[in-house]
Ligand binder design. Structure first.
Ligand code: 4AD
Ligand code: MG
Length: 431
């Protein structure tokens, strides 16, 4: 008898199999017990018919408690009534680990309660579906960049540099010296691009941001591609192809998870249509003013502005060339305007806001050094970074996708905390 995972049930119809599973829920009458089972790969139903099993097995089935783990044997049947399409006609049950008073019951629980039990909550179908989609985004990311000729260059997590400003740095001590947890791998990816042409990183990044919004995590994962000999226009084309590829792969490979989450696939299909609209920051300000937003040129956009802009186009939208004063030091200055830089944020529709931030990078040694000083940073800490402009500087561009923002948008969840297994939030480092 073969031991299988639930997800492979379709390949074993009418066969006798062995499955290790936990009980998620149960319903029974005098003659039949329905066991809702999960093994981590999928959820399905086991049916225990009194007349077909031993008396002990039927009595045991009726007594099982939520999250009891067990070995089951039985025959896989097609079950057109269930969402999954298959079920197990149970023959034997052997309890492995008992479970009593499982804290997460089928009734509704508050968010804080669930987050306190995140280590258990991950077993439930909604977080499970969200993590399956997160995994698909990671898988598809590697596929995309591999097929586009990128190589993965890992950036360090302990660093002395602060590419995204000093206000939200996580400080730590490094054998008597100051160090920070990485805010972004970008500067190291720039060095990587000069060595390998097209590179990307994927790793955890940290922002001690005192913002308590549904878009901010303290620890989040970022995908950061960086391309040598590339101007911003070409980088935008890679960005939109990448996002459309992610959405398409989720549609193709995660139908069950999307259904569990109630995410409408037709809505997602809209986001595979390219190109995405592009508007300048200047145009965005005009559009917002014309729609009664109280904004002046020079401000950064908050959530209401970003939501309006992407909803206006009903597509992810690139907002180009923000004011220099509100963007980091490394962005390329505009060739004819002093007040803006060559950059773009990609805003996701349906209220999800910025999912990508990127730019062309400044290439001139003296300009960049001045910017580093103007940002209040110590140029000595950045002398390795300035070397990249000293020895064969080339036009180059890159961007960063916040994985959890992308997961939240694609799954349709309402808070970024749902998009990471163990979220780190302003008031949460447990579990
Ligand atoms: O716009 P950001 O700060 O850009 C950078 O870090 C660049 N160095 C990236 C690059 O060009 N290589 O962050 C990039 C993305 C944002 O668009 C957003 O999706 C995500 O990272 N992000 C966050 N996600 C969750 N929680 C936070 N606190 C985030 N801050 C940024
Ligand atoms: Mg940004």
């Amino acid at each position: 008898m073969q031991q299988i995972n639930i997800i492979d049930a379709k390949n074993h119809v009418d066969e006798k199999v062995k499955i290790g599973a936990w009980l998620t829920n149960k319903r029974s009458s005098g003659k039949i017990a329905f066991l809702q089972l999960r093994d981590g790969t999928e959820f399905f139903q086991g049916v225990v018919v009194k007349s077909k099993v031993s008396e002990e097995t039927f009595e045991l089935a009726k007594e099982l408690k939520q999250e009891t783990s067990m070995w089951l044997t039985g025959i896989i049947h097609e079950d057109s009534r269930s969402k999954f399409g298959y079920e197990l006609e149970v023959e034997t049950i052997e309890v492995i680990g008992e479970s009593h008073d499982y804290p997460i019951t089928p009734k509704e629980h508050g968010v804080d309660y669930l987050m306190d039990h995140r280590h258990l909550w991950l077993r439930s179908s909604r977080p499970h579906a969200t993590m399956v989609i997160r995994n698909e985004l990671i898988r598809a990311t590697y596929e995309f960049y591999n097929q586009e000729g990128f190589i993965k260059i890992d950036a360090p997590i302990l660093t002395g540099s602060a590419p995204e400003g000093t206000t939200d740095l996580f400080h730590t001590e490094y054998f008597g010296r100051d160090a920070y947890l990485s805010q972004s791998g970008q500067l190291y990816e720039e060095a990587g691009a000069m060595a390998f042409n097209k590179v990307f990183s994927f790793g955890p990044t940290f922002r001690a941001e005192k913002s308590k919004t549904r878009r901010h995590l303290i620890e989040f994962w970022m995908i950061e591609p960086e391309m040598a000999f590339m101007h911003q226009e070409e980088s935008l084309e890679i960005q939109e192809r990448y996002i459309a590829f992610l959405v398409q792969n989720v549609i193709d490979h995660c139908e069950g998870a999307l259904n569990t989450l109630g995410r409408d696939i037709e809505t997602l299909k809209k986001y595979t249509k390219l190109p995405y609209p592009r508007i300048s920051y200047d145009e965005a300000i005009e559009l917002l003013k014309a729609n009664d937003f109280d904004v002046e040129w020079g401000v950064d956009f908050g959530s209401p502005e970003e939501t309006f802009l992407a909803d206006y186009f009903d597509q992810p939208v690139f907002v180009l060339n923000y004011p220099k004063a509100i963007k980091p030091f490394y962005m390329k200055p505009h060739p004819t305007r002093e007040d803006v830089v060559i950059c773009a944020d990609l805003l996701a529709p349906e209220g999800y806001g910025e999912i990508i931030g990127g730019s062309e990078r400044a290439t001139d040694y003296n300009y960049l050094k001045d910017q580093i000083v103007a940002a209040g940073l110590n140029p000595e800490e950045y002398s390795w970074y300035l070397d990249l402009r000293k020895y064969g500087s080339v036009p180059h561009s890159g961007f960063g996708l916040g994985l959890e923002r992308a997961v939240t948008w694609i799954t349709g969840e309402d808070h970024v905390r749902e998009a990471i297994p163990f979220p780190r939030l302003l008031n949460r480092i447990y579990p």
